[in-house]
Design a protein around this ligand. Sequence first.
Ligand SMILES: [Zn+2]
Length: 245
Amino acid sequence: MDRDIARRHETAAPQRVPAEPAAAEGTPRTVFAAAVPGVVRVAEALAELPVRRMLRAPSQRVAYQPWDDARKNAFAAAVLQHLAGACPATDDAPAALDQTAMGIVAENSLNCAAVHDAGGRLSYATNTNGADARPDGAEQIANNVQGTHAEMVLLDQFGAQPYFGISKRCCLLCANALRIAGVGSRGNRGDLFDAWKFPTYIIADNARLTSFLGADAMAVYNAVKPEDRLAALRLVETNLKQYQR
Ligand SMILES: [Zn+2]
């Protein structure tokens, strides 16, 4: 019945019926538009009036999710699951540059040294404050933020590089950051610390942060208030280990 009305109208005045390729033939809107195109156009114009947009705005404001225990748990679980898939622990495969790093800080030390070789010019960083052996002619890159692991100091200083020598295999979070930057290393121990600091290389870039946290954790992150997002990053830096099962 409706189709007949539409067809009759098309026969009478086909030039007045605009083509609507996006709508499927025979949907109520198509039929109605074919029968009374002027009414539809007026309705569509009204819908776009600024007043209508203003009235509609409050209901479309972003409703942030609370950064409560349930979301902390969901966020931490999602990050841990992402890390397990993206950064499995590896065997140790030290290269010559890693031997250089072990000459600065012993491999069995709690501290760590990382070395970058720019065509024979060495730069290094440690997560201690001085008093380490220094390779001849090497430049020490200052570590101004307590808790920043040595290889993250180098990442922020030099950006993506082919390889960083490290005095021991890196921790899980450093391994994840180096993976995103495409920096080679001797390997990943797969463990977490209570004190770690995000390199600027990761947190200053949304795509890299997404790659770091994983899409599921990023969805939780994006759903909470901006100040709660900072708390989420702090959770990764200081508390993630507590959420491991
Ligand atoms: Zn680390």
